[in-house]
Design a protein around this ligand. Sequence first.
Ligand SMILES: [Zn+2]
Ligand SMILES: [Zn+2]
Ligand SMILES: [Zn+2]
Length: 343
Amino acid sequence: MNSELRSDPVTGRTVIIARGRSERPQDFARATTIRSHATCPFCRGNERETPQALAAYAVGGAAGEDDWLVRVIPNKYPALSFDAAPPTSLSDAEYAPTTGAGYGAHEVIIESPRHVTCFSRLDLVETQLALRAYRDRLLVHRDKKSLRYGQIFKNNGADGGATIGHVHSQLIATPFLPREVSAELAGCRRYFESHDRCIYCEMIDRETTLAQRTIAETERFIAFCPFAARFPYETWLLPRRHASQFHALDDIALAELAPLLRSLVAATIAASGQDAYNFLIHTAPFDTSATDHYHWHIELFPRMLEVGGFEWGTGCHINPVPPEDAAPQLRTMAQSFWDRKTS
Ligand SMILES: [Zn+2]
Ligand SMILES: [Zn+2]
Ligand SMILES: [Zn+2]
């Protein structure tokens, strides 16, 4: 697998050219292989079908190959890998005259040993351990000098981009700062310079006061539909107290986050009526210490609409469900899931 990083000279957008990740035409077809336990490589008992685990979790801590509840493995067809040399000339926003090698990490976090196909069907322990794995893997890669950002993301359902049905998330750690992240950072820095305050903290205050778009709150976390939601039922989940780094969360905070995120995923599925969704964690880059202006968050949205030519051409999304209409529905659905599900 030899991939390559190329930076667009006009926009500074970096792309990963991953030759070989999809060699056969059928790989481009959108179909989730919902395989049964017998043949699923992510099910317990079939560990030999995947690369050796990088980490495994059980209730008491580290786990072996036969008692794991959450298991982290290298992606079999990585977009980036440590086999490549770290790039030297790649910059964020400038024309990179030479391309960089596809240096980085690409890992799969298998979130249950059982063949379940959605995050909302994990039990509470699995959910907590999955979040712990996200944090720990970010910590592992943060200290690698040439890596700048770690993106945790979940693709669920064929329309969400998943190719294996068994519940899992992924981590791609990049040697460059991706454009969406650097745009968020720049916006936060701008607001901080003129208001001396984190814009997300301001948003949390306003949403709490308004109470129109809020979905759920716990002691440490809040979820709401963002004011300028791009997608129907788009949900943001944030820590209520300012924090820029997801990887700084302790186990107690993760234990509180787990049932909330799970109920939000369940609400997303109930509201959208289908199982395709994505969530992603936006957190401070590896080379930034804790900052006052950036605030980590999770973005969650169902994949109900095709992103079409207008959106690609303009970056402007057309959302037929106002966040003020989406939030009350999500609130009711998240609450009823929360009440029903206690383990
Ligand atoms: Zn499976
Ligand atoms: Zn903040
Ligand atoms: Zn974000």
